[in-house]
Design a binder for this molecule. Structure first.
Ligand SMILES: [Zn+2]
Length: 299
């Protein structure tokens, strides 16, 4: 072999190695659907959890208590915004694991923890707001068992995802828009390699409908993760784009994908209750996400 060929081979081997994720173990085996569902039950028991409510304060206390126990440092990002209902106070929660976060680019794992404000129905948001939040608390425990992975991840609980009237430039996505604005203002966009958003992931009849405009590489790797765990049947594409908390991140050129099950008849009705959910669905999404984090997110 010529020197040129040897050099080429060395470059190929080195670049091949550089593209391989570090060995983070098998966190997907640790994710417990029943544990996630128990967290959802606790949140739902607080009642409707709209922004600036006592029940949402209780949710924050519950999230903080659990995450702290698993070695996470929880920071409150407080802000106030004009809404169709006047000025409202919001609080995002941002959690980091361990005393010394890794210097490399970080990955975001997000959920909204508010529930939509309704005057006429008692809206519990078991799936919409509850499922992803309960699962994210369980994921905090799982990642704690894999500190090398946990140190590279920020857990974000967005407030004010829901619109008071309808999604516009100024109504809805309050928490994620503010979070993105802060990143941009502090010139920290380059610190993040990507993100996953969970929203409505607990439906007994689980079909994760990836928005059509999902970053293609991320969608490919989510499908591959689902395939590896024999869960491919539960993942497909939605018929269109979806406006959700991943959108402000994508607008900053931080590639983010929304794992959302938009095929959910009780959506935004009084019927969004815990009996519509299953531990198995939470387990499926939790495990597929953990697989993605370990195998693809840091490649
Ligand atoms: Zn909603």
């Amino acid at each position: 072999m010529s020197r040129f060929a040897w050099t080429l081979l060395a470059i190929l081997l080195l670049s091949g190695c550089a593209r391989k994720a570090p060995d983070f173990g098998e966190p997907w085996k640790d994710f417990s659907g029943p544990a996630a569902l128990a967290h959802v039950q606790t949140l739902v028991d607080f009642g409707p959890r709209p922004p600036d409510s006592k029940a949402l304060q209780k949710s924050r206390d519950y999230i903080r208590k659990n995450l702290t126990q698993f070695g996470w440092h929880v920071r409150e990002q407080k802000f106030a915004e004009q809404t169709p209902r006047g000025k409202v106070n919001f609080v995002n929660l941002i959690a980091r694991h361990g005393a010394r976060p890794k210097k490399e680019k970080r990955f975001l794992l997000c959920s909204h923890y508010d529930t939509k404000t309704f005057d006429t129905i008692r809206f519990l948001g078991a799936n919409d707001g509850g499922s992803s939040t309960g699962a994210l608390i369980e994921m905090a425990r799982v990642l704690h068992l894999h500190p090398d992975l946990a140190q590279r991840i920020d857990l974000v609980f967005f407030d004010g995802e829901e619109a008071y009237e309808k999604f516009t430039e100024t109504d809805g996505l309050y928490g994620s828009r503010y979070f993105a604005r802060r990143i941009q203002a502090m010139k920290r966009t380059a610190r993040f390699r990507g993100g996953i958003l969970w929203d409505m992931i607990g439906d007994r009849s689980l079909t994760i409908t990836l928005p059509l405009n999902s970053p293609p590489e991320m969608a490919r790797d989510i499908f591959a993760s689902a395939d590896a765990l024999q869960a491919r049947d539960h993942f497909t594409y939605y018929t269109s784009d979806v406006l959700d908390d991943h959108t402000p991140l994508n607008d900053l050129a931080i590639p983010a994908i929304d794992l959302i099950d938009f095929d959910y008849p009780p959506w935004h009705t009084a019927g969004d209750t815990i009996d519509k959910l299953s531990a198995q669905s939470l387990q499926t999404v939790g495990a597929v996400t953990a697989y993605y984090l370990a195998k693809f997110a840091f490649r």
